[in-house]
Ligand binder design. Structure first.
Ligand code: CTP
Ligand code: ZN
Length: 158
């Protein structure tokens, strides 16, 4: 028997719809808590709901975060490019998706990741790391201080 459309929608909506705010969808499940921390969602007072290990053909387990009353700046959102490059943002106003945005890898990354080189000054003194993104798929970051390259599989968060 054909499933009615509203039934399909309900099955899809495992985390309640929100009235106004931002839905960050298509986050790899393993990166959920890193995204929460990078966006500082553990520090804000807004209502937040999330779901993880939801079915996704593409990601094999995805996570979704819904933040009520929060509309991010592009530069804030782009910080998650390193760990959730295929995340999609949905801007919700009065229950409707009014805009969809994709994450873009920034040209420079300040903080967030550690330099791979143990001898780098950023690993030995309290200096914020800074990298130039020299490739985005796969990610390669060139350290501003020691000029060594940190590749995707070497990335560790600060
Ligand atoms: N959403 C929400 N609250 C609303 C409207 C939408 O939480 N008031 C969520 C939906 O649950 C979905 C996302 O926002 O996770 C995008 O909504 P929509 O564009 O309707 O879904 P899809 O067509 O499945 O989007 P896409 O294929 O781009 O992921
Ligand atoms: Zn370095």
């Amino acid at each position: 028997m054909e499933m009615k459309d509203n039934m399909k929608k309900k099955l899809k909506l495992k985390v309640s719809a929100i009235k106004d705010g931002t839905v960050i969808d298509h986050i790899p499940a393993k990166s959920l808590f890193k995204v929460i921390s990078i966006l500082g969602l553990d520090q804000i007072e807004n209502q937040i709901t999330f779901g993880t290990n939801l079915d996704s053909a593409k990601l094999g387990g995805k996570a979704i975060i819904k933040v009520t009353g929060k509309f991010f700046e592009d530069n804030e959102i782009n910080k998650i490019a390193l760990i959730a490059p295929h995340a999609k943002l949905n801007i919700i106003r009065d229950y409707e998706v009014v805009e969809k945005k994709i994450v873009e890898t920034p040209e420079k990354i300040r903080g967030i990741v550690k330099c791979f080189n143990p001898k780098c000054i950023t690993n030995n003194e309290t200096i914020t790391t800074c990298f130039k993104v020299i490739s985005d798929e796969p990610i390669a970051l060139k350290c501003r201080y020691c000029e060594k390259i940190t590749t995707e599989d070497q990335i560790r968060m600060v």
